[in-house]
Write a protein that binds this ligand. Structure first.
Ligand code: PNW
Length: 495
């Protein structure tokens, strides 16, 4: 429990987030091209509740309503994403969709008028289908395609947008989209137990990120003066038995093979994939009778392009695992997850941790994991500037507008961030709630709802209603501190 008011540093940024595919709808409207998620959600059996996101929150038609909620909350920043194919229907700048440009300009102008800074994610998993058909993240050219899209976006919107994220959570895209881990996501074309595809996709995502960053550096930074970063999800790994040397090394390796995989090439002075990961992947590959590692290698030029290619680190946090080394017998298990086979670990959770949503949901509350993760980032990469770009709590369905658990769990996480700043000296500049409103939760469809605002998906108007947590978060933002949860206030106060 958080009891006292704890003040955050002056200028701390309070934010909320969404992403294009999850809220916009207008899937086939006004010249928008299709993405891998448009195709994936319409293939049977892919989505828990059989739903699609053709309308979702209908945000494509609700710019005013969305801005109204943001104004009510009083947040300083709104993190949303561009739909690549709403702007460039076939993925390349050879054809621009003026209606798409108009939509985002209207949104950006509305935000700026309201004094809310836009943080734009260029890619939140909705790869143009046309580019996927040409190989998508598994081709080397994808880095150029992405850089062209980034250049188009910087040129078209960069006079007003000063904060950019290249990719959202490449780890999740790779683990779910190319490996069927946690959930199965688009594009979803992979062999049940494939060996090298996730590493190749990740490699190309990193190359694409670096190219886009360098485009900004060379062509736009001087005139536009903004910042470009990358968002990753960080899982915290705690040794199952902290006394055990082998559990501790399993945890250290797990962190490197999850977050380090994407951060080391960018934030570590030596660059490249983490040593522990390279070694592990070499050993695995040898054991499999391969002559080269399944983990691809960067060229010298690529290593150089990647090093330092992020002005801030966007961190999403949701869960922690307990971990230990996998025993020899356990290697023989069938159907083992690729990730765990490669890391050589066994993951578990503490049954005492609060769990949210249906059984398949991995969401649990472990606030101290966030503090340890932030400290690890500080120690590993020399205290980079971190923006928490997502943290949230799902509900099964719109249980009640008095979402006590969400407020409690968010408080505990915000408190953990406060401790990381004040006690551990971590450079955290802001915090973002996922999500502004209920939306389309990928393979979970509408079964997991994360919104500070409820959305009525039965209502053609997609009416938005503030939950208690919206009123509570508004006060957090206003006072720049963790405030107690007062039922009276959260239920009745005007918003
Ligand atoms: C994020 N995990 O994904 C995504 O960026 C959002 O689009 C999504 O709606 C939100 O979280 C909630 O799921 C996650 O490993 C990826 O626990 C991985 C995990 C959690 C969330």
């Amino acid at each position: 429990m958080v009891t006292e008011n704890k003040l955050f540093p002056e200028g701390f940024i309070w934010s909320v987030a969404t992403s294009a595919f999850q809220i916009e709808g207008g899937a086939r409207e006004d010249g928008k091209g299709l993405s891998i998620w448009d195709a994936f959600t319409h293939r049977e059996g892919n989505i828990a509740d059989g739903s699609d996101a053709d309308v979702a929150c209908d945000s494509y038609h609700k710019v005013e309503e969305d801005i109204k909620m943001l104004k009510q909350l009083g947040v300083q920043q709104y993190r949303f994403s561009f739909s690549w194919t709403r702007l460039l229907p076939n993925g390349t700048p050879s054809k621009v969709n003026p209606k798409g440009v108009e939509y985002y300009k209207k949104l950006i102008d509305g935000l700026l008028e309201a004094g809310i800074e836009p943080l734009v994610t260029l890619y939140h998993w909705d790869l143009p289908l046309a580019l996927n058909d040409r190989g998508g993240w598994l081709t080397s050219e994808v880095a150029e395609w992405f850089a062209d899209y980034a250049r188009f976006s910087f040129r078209t919107f960069g006079d007003k947008v000063k904060k950019w994220v290249t990719l959202n959570e490449p780890w999740t895209q790779v683990s779910c989209g190319y490996n069927g881990d946690l959930w199965v996501h688009a594009p979803g074309k992979f062999a049940e137990f494939n060996d090298w595809i996730p590493y190749l996709a990740a490699h190309n995502m990193l190359r694409a990120h670096a190219k886009a960053y360098r485009v900004y550096d060379k062509e736009f930074r001087a005139s536009q003066g903004g910042q470009v970063g990358l968002v990753n999800i960080g899982l915290w790994y705690e040794p199952l038995n902290p006394e055990s040397e082998s559990d501790r090394s399993a945890a250290a390796r797990s962190i490197q093979m999850q977050l380090g995989w994407f951060l080391n090439p960018i934030f570590h002075p030596e660059g490249d994939y983490p040593e522990a990961m390279k070694q592990r992947m070499r050993e695995n590959s040898e054991r499999e009778g391969r002559e080269t590692s399944r983990l691809p290698e960067f060229t010298e030029a690529e290593l150089e392009e990647l090093r330092g290619s992020s002005d801030f680190l966007g961190l999403n946090y949701y869960i922690t695992y307990l971990v230990r080394e996998r025993t020899e017998e356990e290697y023989q298990e069938k159907g083992m997850r690729r990730r765990l086979y490669d890391a050589g670990t066994v993951e578990s959770v503490d049954p005492k941790w609060k769990h949210f949503g249906p059984e398949y949901s991995p969401f649990r509350s472990i606030p101290w994991g966030l503090r340890r993760l932030l400290k690890w980032i500080k120690d590993e990469y020399g205290n980079p500037t971190v923006m928490i770009t997502e943290n949230g709590v799902p509900q099964r369905e719109a249980e009640s507008d008095y979402d006590q658990i969400r407020m409690e769990v968010l408080s505990e996480h915000i408190d953990a961030v406060h401790q990381a700043i004040t006690l551990d000296g971590c450079s955290v500049i802001g915090y973002t709630v996922w999500s502004l409103m209920d939306n389309y939760e990928w393979a979970g469809g509408y079964e997991l709802l994360f919104g500070l605002y409820a959305v009525d998906f039965e209502d053609p108007e997609r009416k938005r209603t503030p939950r208690a947590s919206a009123r509570w978060y508004k006060k957090v933002v206003k006072t720049n501190s963790v405030v107690p949860i007062l039922e009276e206030e959260c239920m009745n106060e005007e918003i």
